[in-house]
Design a protein around this ligand. Structure first.
Ligand SMILES: N[C@@H](CCC(=O)N[C@@H](CS)C(=O)NCC(=O)O)C(=O)O
Length: 240
């Protein structure tokens, strides 16, 4: 038996050492607030805002108008927003931002395996936001896509909901009956899914989730967390 035949070292699923885990991040402790750049809509930005609110993480909420956007676009790492700027480093891609903040604010899984399962679910939610139906709802609401909203809902959005919502329901059921995807503490994925699916009932059709009680319960749970409840109550209505 040579060295190649040796048993591979077992990889244990041990608790993760998180980074800055207090309400005040390391960056804020040296006096610089994180800057969050997005348009003045919920879109791909609101779950990130809610996660920071939940974690007590104060941030500069930069809302860019369409007129201002050309002046910002070239400054963004991918020419798009959302972007989180941390101590001069700009992070793009909404899921990367959510995952980073999830770890910083202790709103991620507590072992690598739990994190991987949450990442999987987060990627499914993100896939839903990239669909040709549900994913294009903001473009329809903002008038970038000319379509009859009711018709678009029935023919384009409902098939996407029928495909993705049962998967999400199953992931919620796998964690038992506490209404969360993992463990007993809300994570970035709970916030992300609740925000993504609540936009359907808020903007597309109030009965969009009638067949999905677990998603509805998740939304209710997240929206009743005092910090998020207050944030939503104060949030100005936006068209998407
Ligand atoms: N995959 C990216 C997509 C980002 C994206 O599509 N951003 C849009 C707004 S939701 C944008 O910046 N549009 C302006 C542009 O592309 O010029 C993410 O999830 O962050």
């Amino acid at each position: 038996m040579d060295e190649h035949d040796q048993e591979p070292e077992k990889v244990l699923d041990v608790p993760i050492e998180h980074g800055a885990r207090t309400m005040e991040s390391t960056v804020q402790s040296v006096g610089m607030k994180d800057k969050f750049l997005y348009f003045d809509v919920r879109g791909r930005g609101e779950a990130i805002r809610q996660l920071m609110v939940l974690g007590g993480h104060s941030f500069e909420d930069v809302r860019i108008s369409m007129e201002e956007w050309p002046g910002f676009k070239d400054q963004m790492p991918l020419g798009q927003v959302p972007v989180l700027e941390v101590n001069g480093t700009k992070i793009g891609q909404s899921v990367a931002i959510l995952r980073y903040l999830g770890h910083q604010l202790r709103r991620a899984g507590s072992t690598p395996l739990e994190c991987a399962r949450l990442d999987m679910i987060g990627e499914v939610v993100q896939e839903f936001t990239n669909t040709e139906g549900a994913g294009k709802l903001p473009a329809v609401l903002l008038g970038f896509i000319k379509a009859n909203k009711e018709e678009f809902y029935k023919t384009k959005i409902v098939p996407d909901v029928d495909k993705y919502a049962p998967i999400i329901e199953r992931f919620l059921l796998e964690n038992g009956n506490n209404g969360l995807f993992s463990g007993d503490r809300e994570t970035w994925v709970d916030i992300f899914a609740a925000e993504t699916f609540s936009k359907l009932t808020d903007y597309a059709s109030h009965d969009a989730l009638d067949a999905y009680p677990r998603i509805q319960a998740l939304i209710t749970r997240i929206h009743n967390i005092p910090a998020i409840k207050e944030h939503i109550a104060k949030r100005k209505p936006t068209p998407a």
